[in-house]
Design a protein around this ligand. Sequence first.
Ligand SMILES: CC(C)(COP(=O)(O)OP(=O)(O)OC[C@H]1O[C@@H](n2cnc3c(N)ncnc32)[C@H](O)[C@@H]1OP(=O)(O)O)[C@@H](O)C(=O)NCCC(=O)NCCS
Length: 184
Amino acid sequence: MRQTFDKIGRSDYFKFEILSPSKLCIGFDCSIPEYNDYLTNDALRSQNDHIALTWLLVEKSTGKIASYMSLIMDTIKITGAEKELHNLNYPFRTIPAMKIAKLAVNHSFSEKYKGIGSFMITNAELLALSCNLEYCAARFLTVDADIEHDKGVIAFYEKNGFIPNAELYNKKRTTISMRKDIYR
Ligand SMILES: CC(C)(COP(=O)(O)OP(=O)(O)OC[C@H]1O[C@@H](n2cnc3c(N)ncnc32)[C@H](O)[C@@H]1OP(=O)(O)O)[C@@H](O)C(=O)NCCC(=O)NCCS
């Protein structure tokens, strides 16, 4: 039976760190090849070019990567009704956000532990909150939920407090644009 990630004293077993050149990312397998390839081949280059910053959840005893997420700054356009929902009475449509551009959990770890993906989202939210306190405003956490690979991923984000945006789709309709208000 899978253990719940919250209940295993994760700070004793796992560390959360930024991707670095010395980190070997081979062996990461989340069952979607594109997400594996991104971590192995593109994440560091994107980080060096300041396109995306990648956070890793690393098992201390083995150095294996249990999960990764790439964060970027974002803005979303919301409708008048959506503004009302969030009590954002401003004339502009564009609201600042932090975006989870990539998120994946290593299959061998999700077999053992439930809740790793949710833990990563909680950490993204904590980073967004501290960014708000010290550096730069971001009201929402956003994601383009990748329904091309897995339609169920919407349920995962909804369980983590995200709701679909009125402007739902990308051009190819392979993703659903979602947001989470980190102050409500
Ligand atoms: C999607 C992903 C990040 C979820 O991580 P995870 O560690 O398995 O998720 P959690 O254990 O935190 O799940 C939290 C809840 O969401 C549900 N959930 C998770 N993934 C789901 C899916 N693909 N479809 C439906 N529900 C899902 C879980 O059952 C759980 O529900 P519960 O609390 O009612 O039991 C992971 O499966 C993954 O890496 N997938 C491949 C890459 C990917 O699709 N990334 C997202 C791209 S936008």
